[in-house]
Design a protein around this ligand. Structure first.
Ligand code: 1CP
Length: 351
């Protein structure tokens, strides 16, 4: 009798990838948007004295910061430490991430000429990214690495507003007033997002997430006609690379079906729509990711437990469920609560 050689567990067969494809899992996989970052004292220590966008281009720092939450919390996936504006920065756009503010653009895009003057992202400037991803994949072993990029609309909001904004009024005004320049801008942003994602996949990322964080400010008609085609172009730009594609935005309750139609295997849902209702809106052909309100983690333990239980239960209505928050970890979150949530989700969902 011969025994089969032991096959080492592979990230391609992880619960994260399996849930994303709607396959059976050993337990519900869990990770947190912004799991690396200011909620961790070890992150604050490592980042001290290095600007955010500099840190994102240093393979040693990227590797260590990405691994920190995996070690500490036992999450089922790592997400690359980077930022959605990084492809623009690498291309040569003058952007700074100001502490406590976010990305600030020195010369905002306000005219057709500004759109045409934007530099292209040259793939040969992404060696630091390839190096960081390869190192991470080697360190992570069976734990999958999620690569990511910002979707064209959300990147356009930073370029046009010049920084973070609430209403994105200038962005929408540009979209209505300059439809041709808008199409040109989003087409170019889709090309650079796809380039950025391909480098991550080709060096070993096991899944990718496209963040269209601010798409929820649009009506379904505007989203469907003026934005979705460009997000779809990002996914199409991945060709036949066979890794699950997650697509997420905040306040997208009215857009969930369209967010899926753009080419997602997994639709990310914020806390506003319960997952059983989100499953109805998205349909049975895609999985869901979400959707605990990050503010719940600031409440008492009984509330945390009750809300985690509810999300796990409502997630059973989906084809597959990746447990996450409805948006990023708030900086004031006690990291011990995050570790507890990972344990609880695993315990509640163990098959
Ligand atoms: O100095 C600091 O502490 C910088 C804070 C910080 C961090 C840690 C920023 C500035 N970006 C990041 C990392 C980051 N950005 C990650 C890391 C990986 C992880 O999740 O652990 C990710 C996935 C992002 C993506 C990102 N950046 C998004 C999409 C996700 C989301 O939150 O919706 C967006 C919108 C940004 C822009 C951005 N970068 C930083 C801030 C504070 C913001 C948001 C500003 C705003 O409100 O518009």
């Amino acid at each position: 009798m011969s025994t089969a050689p032991a096959v080492p567990p592979s990230p391609a067969d992880s619960d994260l990838v399996r849930a994303a494809r709607g396959l059976p899992v050993t337990r519900t996989p869990v990770w947190f948007m912004r799991q690396a970052g200011r909620s961790l004292p070890e992150y604050r220590a490592l980042r001290a004295g290095t600007a955010m966008l500099e840190a994102c281009q240093d393979p040693d720092l990227v590797t260590e910061i990405t691994l920190q939450p995996v070690r500490r919390h036992g999450v089922d996936a790592a997400i690359l430490f980077s930022d959605i504006v990084l492809p623009l920065v690498v291309a040569g756009v003058d952007i700074e991430i100001k502490p406590g503010v976010g990305p600030v653009v020195a010369d905002p895009v306000r005219t057709v000429a500004d759109v045409d003057a934007l530099p292209d992202l040259e793939p040969d400037r992404l060696d630091f990214l390839a190096t960081a991803v390869r190192r991470l994949v080697a360190e992570l072993g069976p734990t999958p690495l999620i690569g990511f990029a910002g979707a064209p609309f959300t990147l356009a909001t930073y370029l046009i507003e010049g920084g973070p904004s609430k209403e994105h009024a200038r962005t929408k005004a540009f979209m209505y007033a300059e439809p041709e320049a808008w199409t040109r801008l989003l087409t170019r942003l889709a090309v650079s997002a796809a380039t950025f994602l391909r480098v991550q996949i080709d060096n070993g990322a096991s899944a990718v997430q496209l963040f269209d964080s601010w798409a929820g400010v649009l009506s379904a008609v505007d989203y469907g006609t003026r934005v979705l085609p460009h997000s779809r172009a990002v996914f199409d730009g991945l060709g036949d690379r066979d890794v699950p594609r997650v697509h997420f935005g905040v306040g997208t309750g009215e857009l969930l079906a369209l967010i899926g139609d753009a080419g997602a295997d997994v639709v990310g849902v914020d806390w506003r729509v319960p997952l059983d209702e989100a499953a109805r809106r998205v349909g049975p052909q895609r999985s869901l990711q979400g959707n605990l309100d990050p503010a719940v983690l600031l409440a008492d333990r009984d509330t945390v437990d009750r809300e985690v239980r509810r999300v796990v239960e409502q997630g059973r209505a989906a084809r597959g469920h990746v447990f996450n928050l409805g948006h990023g970890v708030l900086p004031e979150t006690d990291p011990g609560v995050l570790t507890h949530v990972v344990e609880l989700v695993h315990e509640l969902s163990a098959r």
